[in-house]
Design a binder for this molecule. Sequence first.
Ligand code: FAD
Ligand code: SIN
Length: 523
Amino acid sequence: MTGVRRSASTWEADADLVVIGGGVAGLTAARTASLLGLRVLTLSKGGPTDTATQYAQGGIAVVGDIDDTEDAHAADTIAAGAGLCDPEAVKSIVGAGRHAVGILTDLGAVFDQGGDGAVLRTREGGHSTRRIIHAGGDATGAEVQRALGAAGMPVLFGAAAARVVASVDGVQGVIALSDNGFGVIHAPAVLLATGGFGQLYACSTNPAGATADGIGLALSAGAMVADLEFVQFHPTVLFAAGGLGRRPLISEAVRGEGARLVDATGAGVTEGVHPLGDLAPRDVVSKAIAERMRATGTDHVYLDARGIGGFAKRFPTITTSCREAGIDPRHDLIPVAPAAHYQCGGVVTDLYGRTDVPGLYAAGEVARTGLHGANRLASNSLLEGLVIGERAGAAAAERREVRAEVLDTVLSPQPVLPRAQVQQAMTAHAGVVRDGAGLDLATAELAHAAGSVPGDIAALEDSALTVTAQALVLAARLRTESRGCHTRADYPDADDSQRRSIAVRLTTDGVLAATDPRLAGVL
Ligand code: FAD
Ligand code: SIN
């Protein structure tokens, strides 16, 4: 590939650990590493609340003292994950839940309590019991973000990581773009905590900055990613004709408190589909909605929450979103449709956030620990961000004695397509239900990407979106079965011989290469 090479050297800094991201995973890791005495530099390309964490509604899945066990939480997680969870990862992360939430409450996070002072728990899809703690009714993420922010970790806002530099000795640092232009941070350890990739799609619950940056950074640093084809589409996102970009979520907890999914005739959407009905795992509910929309020729269904007493008090955020759209949930049906919500796969890590590149760590939504498998169980992601964020922040201390120096300060040309084109291809051909012909079309459209050197944050994001879309479609084409939240119309059943993760890497020639599930895989 040819193109201009940009020297990135207008400013320099040193750190023991660079944390990229200021959400639940990044702030947790930064705090842990600082407590261990590491010099931590945290970058966030947005402002303090431009995170998915800020928007989390339903809550945090964590086992309480009554009527629940870690084994039951693990079993629900594994059932949702449709054969691809790593049972060790599930046990380890679920088992660390109380400790992780304890740190948050020590930092001042306040979770909703009943009149008797006991923490309230709600239920969401795929959970066999009420185990989800929440804050501010449906503003759990805002409380998590507030409590971690108040811990006082310094963050360089408005600064984006453009490249993680790695040599044969592992990570050497980061090339970043701040208000002062491109600069270099020399550091032996870098943690990717960049969140998800919802902006691959035209409609998403994710904030504007959820542009797959961590996947792009990991691939170009030589790390392995996996399970990218498992995109979770949340079943109930507020529908508006022509509504694009970030769309308001109607939390699954609304169904947990009794709301029903109905079509325009009032008929139930999930009846006879799954024993848990409207509270079946998300992939099941999203597929049932997609099927009903197809059968009735419509672009949305409805959530009937009129029977929930005290709706505005229990769900203040959702009430505001509905009112802004002219809907009163006490009297009106809420129009909803599935939209891109969560990346179940990501950068492959162990249970301490280590990737296969020495010194490169990942935690939170960007990481693939094996907890989620082919479909994440609701409210397991804040939990994972807290648990692996803390462990990765501690693990980075193992690189403290490594002397790191970034010598190669150029940004090479990257394949880039305009964001709207990526979103169009992904939305049309890699949505809730895919097929081989559509994925072939997406592959062809994404192959039009031309090499260019990103000069600003938007261009960096477009380049990450492009390579991630290419990797995702590659994996989705290879997975000729339906499993979890990857549904192929041309292969409607699960195929046991494909019960294996598909991993993708960027070769030294700049080509994406995947392991095939029919071959002996690396995972
Ligand atoms: P984020 O919180 O998204 O933070 C990412 C950070 O990385 C941001 O600071 C961003 O600016 C920064 N960043 C990205 N790229 C770069 C770059 N190149 N350079 C510098 N900085 C960069 N999960 C639950 O468990 N329970 C829920 O109830 C729940 N509800 C949700 C509701 C909504 C509407 C959404 C969108 C998600 C919800 N989730 C929920 C999922 C959960 O919120 C996220 O998975 C989780 O918060 C991700 O945390 P994170 O730290 O990995 O990333
Ligand atoms: C929701 O509140 O429905 C979202 C929960 C999640 O994504 O975990």
